[in-house]
Write a protein that binds this ligand. Structure first.
Ligand code: SAH
Ligand code: SF4
Ligand code: F3S
Length: 451
């Protein structure tokens, strides 16, 4: 019998920026599926391309405009052969520069902000009628989550789950409070339903997401630590992680949870940004170097082996050599397992963008190199310590390049090993046989025993 014809349209979503955007991209596919769209692997096969954009640094924003240029060529080529390609811009650049995008790049037919993407089908329908509003950057986060529902498609062994959105912290360098809007916590019942849906589809690890995930408070009825405990109690889930946290929201119960909830993985991403109290104050971070160190020490009391990760900004306006040395000495004292580090990027509309004493590019470059050299050294030390130990790895995929399996250790280290495809989605016991700053090499324990 002939296969029924698949008349669905192809949608390709290119995601930039943080994990919240990756989650949102998956949910956009869920929103479009009932309207006759299926996900495709590349822009060439698509009828609709959505760029889910990031505004955090200047470079991230520039990428969007160069990608729009590439899509224009593709759209023109499709037109010549009688085809059509619609282009939509979503995410944080859409929120910040929506109208400007539509003026600057006429091939963009739809602009949708991060709190409005559940309106995508409606915007597409309006676009097809060639009139009506095609830009939606409204901020109704509650109706977004209501519209999304809690049933999830199969996302693999590890899945993101957004529990909190937006930020009220207003660090002076950051656009997030403007692009994602005010802090909002999803009701815990909805989150638990979504977690169950993921577990039913075979997810072993759930990564709880929020711009400020540990500010989660339910509707005032549940702390973030209680939410983690409730998810652990669902059964079926093997590993729980969360990202990203703010030091001011590291409550005592969350710190203790790292010693009490076995499924909560020994990894804490707690951005500090700078080790200088002067700079932290100018950044409006509302924590000090000392209060940050106290938190790390308390977490280590509950979970001595915990891997600590952070984000750093070098070259914030007014950062002196002494301020920068304070950052290096903080890093020396803590010992990081991994980190992201960035040159300060001036963002429109933020208080730091208007500050005096912006730092010269070459100074930022030098500082970034020195900081990254120290962090790479620490990361290597952390990874090399694991050589010779046995540990459980969640296998998530197979590398297309070398055919090896790829997974994550409890400390979020990347692990490579040889093994059969059937192991994908499983937690496997391995012995670590090699390490670099970036990853671990492993052999399966059962294979070693049989040798
Ligand atoms: N909500 C998270 C992080 C959000 S953005 C938190 O509070 O930690 C991710 C990282 O980007 C930040 O931690 C910061 O290190 C970096 N970042 C944000 N704005 C930046 C800017 N203007 N220039 C350079 N880096 C920036
Ligand atoms: Fe940005 Fe600060 Fe909010 Fe993080 S806490 S999202 S860095 S304003
Ligand atoms: Fe970028 Fe928006 Fe995330 S600015 S980092 S995509 S919240």
């Amino acid at each position: 019998m002939a296969k029924p014809q698949d008349n669905r349209k192809g949608v390709y979503i290119q995601s930039y920026g943080c994990q919240m955007n990756v989650y949102d991209s998956q949910r956009m596919i869920d929103v479009l599926a009932p309207h006759g769209y299926k996900s495709v692997e590349n822009a060439e096969d698509a009828d609709l391309v959505v760029l889910n954009t990031c505004h955090i640094r200047e470079k991230a924003t520039e990428k969007v405009y160069s990608e729009i240029g590439r899509l224009k060529i593709l759209k023109d080529a499709k037109k010549k052969t009688g085809g059509n390609l619609k282009v939509a811009v979503a995410g944080c650049v859409a929120q910040a520069e929506g109208a400007e995008i539509m003026n600057r790049a006429p091939i963009v037919e739809i602009v949708v902000g991060p709190q409005a993407y559940h309106h995508l089908p409606e915007l597409l329908a309006r676009e097809a009628r060639t009139n009506g509003e095609k830009l939606d950057t409204s901020f109704d986060v509650i109706s977004k989550f209501d519209a999304l529902g809690t049933s999830r498609e199969n996302t693999g062994a590890t899945a993101f789950l957004s529990v909190q959105e937006g930020c009220d912290k207003f660090c002076s360098f950051c656009v997030v409070p403007y692009t994602r809007g005010p802090e909002y916590s999803r009701p815990s019942g909805k989150i638990l339903d979504e977690a169950k849906s993921l577990i039913d589809k075979g997810t072993k690890e759930i990564v709880l997401l929020g711009q400020n995930v540990n500010a989660y408070h339910g509707g005032g009825d549940m702390s973030f630590a209680q939410l983690i405990a409730a998810i652990a109690d669902l059964g079926g889930v093997e590993r729980i992680r969360y990202t990203t946290s703010h030091p001011c929201d590291m409550g005592a119960d969350l710190i203790a949870a790292h010693g009490q909830i076995e499924k909560l993985m020994p990894f804490l991403h707690l951005p500090v940004q700078s080790g200088s109290n002067n700079i932290l104050k100018a950044m409006n971070r509302k924590h000090t170097r000392e209060s940050y160190v106290d938190i790390i020490e308390s977490v280590r009391k509950y979970r001595p082996d915990i891997a600590i990760a952070s984000d750093f900004i070098v070259g914030f306006p007014g950062e002196t050599d002494d301020d920068f040395s304070d950052t290096l000495s903080l890093i020396e004292g803590i010992g990081y397992a991994s980190a992201y580090s960035f040159k300060y990027s001036k963002r429109p509309g933020t208080p730091a963008g208007a500050m005096m004493y912006q730092i010269a590019e070459e100074v930022k470059n030098e500082r970034l190199q020195e900081l990254q050299a120290l962090l790479t050294k620490q990361q290597t030390i952390f990874n090399v310590q694991k050589i010779g130990t046995n540990l459980p790895v969640l296998i998530t995929q197979k590398s297309r390049k070398n055919g090896r399996l790829f997974g994550k250790s409890p400390w979020l280290q990347s692990v490579n090993l040889h093994g059969e495809d059937a192991l994908i989605g499983q937690i496997v016991d391995v012995k670590i046989v090699g390490a670099t700053a970036q990853s671990l090499a492993a052999e399966r324990v059962s294979v070693l025993e049989n040798a």
